[in-house]
Design a binder for this molecule. Sequence first.
Ligand code: FAD
Length: 406
Amino acid sequence: MAPAPNGRGHDRGERRVTEHMETDTVVVGLGAMGAQALWRLARRGVDAIGVERFSPGHDRGSSHGESRIIRTAYLEGAAYVPFVQAAWRAWADLEEASGTRLVVRTGALMLGPPDSSAVAGSIAAAEHHGLAHQVLSRDQVAERFPQHAPRPDDVGVFEEDAGAVLPEAAIRAAVGLAEAAGARVLTGTRVTRVVPDPDRPRVVAGDTEIRARRVVVTAGSWLPELVPEAAGPDVGLRVERRVLGWFRTTEAPSPHAYGPVFARDGGDCTWYGFPSMDGGRTVKIGVHAEAPGNRGEGAQWGEPVDPDAGPREPDAADGRRLGRLAAGLRGLAPLPERMVACMYTMTPDEHFLIGHRRELPGLVLAGGFSGHGYKFASAVGVALADLAQHGRTDLPIDPFDPHRWD
Ligand SMILES: Cc1cc2nc3c(=O)[nH]c(=O)nc-3n(C[C@H](O)[C@H](O)[C@H](O)COP(=O)(O)OP(=O)(O)OC[C@H]3O[C@@H](n4cnc5c(N)ncnc54)[C@H](O)[C@@H]3O)c2cc1C
């Protein structure tokens, strides 16, 4: 079959269109962001269709693995703080509407040398916005959080307004509420083409074409394949592999049974983890990023992924690397008892991409969440619904403008 006539997208096995559907807004991809957008639209009474190639809460994208950190003193930049505050409010809405607990408040501990991004970035964001936080010496960390074995030059920052979001449960809750509010949900349905148009953009999925007033594209790691120009004609998004590992606790009662989520500067990488979410049996950790001098050729984490093939299965080498980090925690087995691989979709500056692009009329884009987007999904859903309905939002998304690299 010939490539898409407008040069957008690839040949992805399209069939002849025989079915037509009409709606106000189509949401392509019901992962972290799309599920929230669909729910917000449906709740406002907008006629909406959500299309998902797998099923809500699946384990083949970026939103599986049982837990995601939410924190407020945002080390990636103080500009995120008002947005994460909006996200807290929007998570509470979803919890109330679904009657489901989706956020577990644990507090967060950032650990590293005083000039590390985990420590210095969190303090800067907290001070800029007047957020409650405590700076702790190495000894105070060791005394208060005995599950951590800090390194000699480590200090800590603790904040209470932090915890874990339950990603699969939140996606299922939002999609369920969206359907209950009247949204149509097509699962096991892969969109093969997105066609921009100022009045009637459309998507093609197999033999079905859906015409709409607006198309919201929240395809995660597949965004670069579905809308290659999402960040501009010359700017690519990179899809990378990450691995999560669950380590068995070795003490009873375990010091990991309670405690804060955490992010730690590990010298050659930044890594993070959670208190036990299964009653003290296991602890999950993962690597967020190589240290800046450690990226590129020879980097241990972040190998490129073709999302259709999926990330390479975790192997023994992944287990050993995670084990070296887990040695910074007390009372854990040396190797993980299970691991999963997952995908990050990176923008060049590692900040999100949310909004419109002039050359792609009729589309609302959200992607490139660069490994730190989940906590914002509830607010991203509100922003996407605003953009689809009104073309603008009051939420603070200016830093995520898809035109910023032009
Ligand atoms: C290991 C790991 C740990 C992380 N930890 C944190 C954390 O602690 N805190 C945090 O805030 N963030 C974290 N993140 C980042 C966060 O999970 C992601 O930013 C977020 O999940 C991205 O959501 P998304 O909606 O863009 O992608 P996804 O949730 O992957 O959703 C995209 C959806 O689109 C669907 N789709 C794609 N193509 C098509 C198509 N052609 N047709 C139909 N459907 C399609 C996919 O099946 C998928 O369901 C982590 C990510 C990973 C991988």
